[in-house]
Design a protein around this ligand. Structure first.
Ligand SMILES: [Zn+2]
Length: 313
């Protein structure tokens, strides 16, 4: 595919190292449905090194803002649509404008910059010279960038994974807290501390320690706590790893462990809830019985009263 230098002023420089594909656009449909498909929008945005939301989202939106047209980016197919028929040459010119305003360092023209969003201000931090260029706050695309900052790198699915992961870890922490308390109580009672030396703590043994409710006597508490921390850190690392690989590779040992522990927690909660419900049911029954007894007594009293009245009459 034909590449061109990034930044029009570099067009004649045969040795310029920053390149991007030449914009390719195709007009599709007709009548009211006529639209322009910027076929290599994704590749262009990648070449401009923008994080996903900023990248194809912002470049495409820029066309929309400048042309007063609706745009649509289809994540699955990568289709980048601008409503209406637009000349590829005009789009290439607009892209040049985007690069000037939102990609190149205002100081040294280097295209390697990072978009920073702080409150209402957008700036470009240059990786080459370190200059921070303030983007003109009146530019039309700014509103969109402020609403879709470049930090929003994670897709919905990735966010979901992250949320699930953090909930799991939260659950796990609570679970461990309980275990630790129990353990501490037990330790106090037994006042027995043995140290097992030469046994390298592994994730497995830490899991076993967390699992085995009754094994408290055989292990030193300090060791247990330490192993718990290790496993926690390992799990956090695993979670981070997963997120950076940014896919649905969900089933790792960390997850399995977390899931297992959460399952146990859930069961315990259910058990408690069931007990509570039973107690409540018991209380309710008693109340009903009490009420019935009270009513009976009242009825009896009323009956007696009526009889007495009858007698008096
Ligand atoms: Zn610079």
């Amino acid at each position: 595919m034909a590449s061109i230098n990034i930044g029009g002023e570099n067009a004649g420089d045969a040795f310029y190292r920053y390149k991007m594909p030449r914009l390719k656009a195709r007009i599709e449909g007709r009548g009211n449905g006529i639209k322009t498909n910027v076929e290599n929008n994704v590749d262009i945005a990648k070449a401009l090194e923008r994080p996903p939301e900023c990248a194809w989202g912002h470049v495409l939106k820029y066309f929309g803002c400048e042309l007063g047209a609706q745009t649509k980016f289809e994540r699955e197919s990568g289709n980048s649509i601008v409503n209406g028929a637009h000349d590829p040459k005009r789009l290439a010119e607009l892209l040049e404008g985007f690069i000037k305003k939102y990609v190149q360092c205002y100081s040294c023209n280097n295209p390697e910059t990072v978009v920073k969003v702080k409150k209402e201000n957008i700036s470009l931090k240059c990786k080459a010279c370190g200059a921070v260029s303030d983007v003109d706050p009146r530019l039309k695309l700014n509103t969109f960038i402020l609403k879709n900052p470049p930090d929003a790198k994670l897709s919905k699915a990735e966010k979901k994974v992250k949320k699930m992961e953090s909930e799991r870890l939260k659950g796990l922490e609570g679970f461990k807290e309980e275990k630790k308390e129990k353990k501490e109580k037990k330790e106090k009672k037994e006042k027995k501390v043995k140290k097992k030396e030469g046994e390298a703590p592994t994730a497995e043994s830490s899991q076993a320690a967390a699992e085995a409710d009754s094994s408290g006597g055989s292990e030193d508490e300090e060791e247990v706590v330490w192993m718990t921390d290790t496993s926690e850190a390992a799990m956090a690392a695993r979670a981070a790893e997963q997120l950076s690989s940014a896919t649905a590779a969900l089933v790792t040992q960390g997850n399995v462990e977390a899931e297992r522990e959460e399952e146990r927690r859930r069961k315990k909660k259910e058990e408690e809830a069931r007990k509570r419900a039973e107690e409540e049911e018991e209380a309710r029954k008693k109340e009903v019985e009490d009420l019935a007894r009270k009513k009976e007594a009242e009825d009896l009293a009323r009956k007696k009263e009526a009889e007495e009245e009858e007698l008096a009459a």
